[in-house]
Design a protein around this ligand. Structure first.
Ligand code: MG
Ligand code: MG
Length: 271
């Protein structure tokens, strides 16, 4: 079925609750990121947040699309040249100067929340900082297009135009998606596209918008574990995602991170 399921205001509230568990887990993980931490420790933190809320992981045991091993963790931890779907491990120790993408999903009362961000580990290079900044801006620009009457191509193009104007490559193998009672619902949301093309955006749509941008070319290689996707040229990659409801008042970021937005700290800029 290709039909997009529009959500009622009550359903959007329920999705907000699921996404706020996601936001809390991402903040709890990001708060402890430092050189020497393993990505397995991040998975433990995320599991505790799920437990506290009686929520279920949307990622753990997620089936592999080609019949490979199901996803073995609650969070995707993707370091440096890993674009998405990195698997947490006791052997992956964060180092000063790394960048780390954390992608997390939770199910609350049958509704799925999905959000991701990329953070610096310690002091990162100016190039890495610029990639992260541009990734955040790409997500904001795309969210701003999530308005009744616009088209998906407007949203895709906002990401592509901004990323390419900085000389970055936009990943096309992976895309954003509608979200609701399933993590991946129609429509697919590419990060490249032409303005004025594609499906018309309507009130009641909930969209997981997730630009993935590379410091080098857009080319992707999947590692032998069947999950880990990295840049072919092994240059850095950044990933940012929010679940966004299209409302009569405009886009509403269901996975917004209130604690960071309230305090005047550098973290604020991570949202
Ligand atoms: Mg995600
Ligand atoms: Mg997603």
């Amino acid at each position: 079925m290709n039909t997009i399921k529009l959500k009622s205001p009550d359903e959007i509230e329920a999705m907000y609750r699921a996404n706020q568990v996601v936001a809390e887990a991402l903040m709890a993980m990001a708060d402890i990121v430092k050189p020497g931490l393993t990505t397995a420790e991040l998975d433990e933190v995320a599991r505790k947040v799920l437990e506290k809320h009686g929520a279920r992981s949307a990622f753990l045991n997620y089936p592999h699309s080609n019949g490979g091993q199901a996803f073995p963790a609650t969070v995707c931890t993707s370091v440096n040249e890993i674009i998405v779907h990195g698997v947490p491990s006791r052997d992956t120790v964060l180092k000063n100067g790394d960048i780390l993408s954390m992608d997390f999903g939770a199910v609350v009362d049958g509704w799925v929340g999905d959000s991701a961000l990329t953070v610096p580990v310690g002091d990162v290079s100016e190039d890495a900082r610029r990639l992260l900044e541009t990734g955040r801006e790409c997500l904001s620009a795309a969210i701003d297009q999530a308005r009744d009457g616009r088209r998906l191509g407007d949203l895709s193009n906002a990401v592509q135009r901004l990323a390419e104007s900085h000389g970055f490559g936009v990943v096309t193998e992976f895309v954003g998606h509608g979200i609701g009672r399933s993590m991946h619902e129609p429509p697919p949301i590419p990060n490249v596209g032409m303005p004025g093309t594609g499906q018309r955006i309507k009130v009641g749509m909930v969209l997981a918008i997730e630009p993935m941008i590379n410091a080098g070319t857009p080319a992707v290689v999947t590692e032998a574990d069947g999950w880990t996707a990295r840049t072919r040229d092994r240059k850095l990659s950044a990933h940012f995602e929010h679940s966004v409801a299209v409302t009569p008042e405009g886009p509403r970021i269901l996975s917004a991170r209130p604690r960071w937005n309230q305090r005047a700290s550098p973290r604020e800029t991570r949202s």
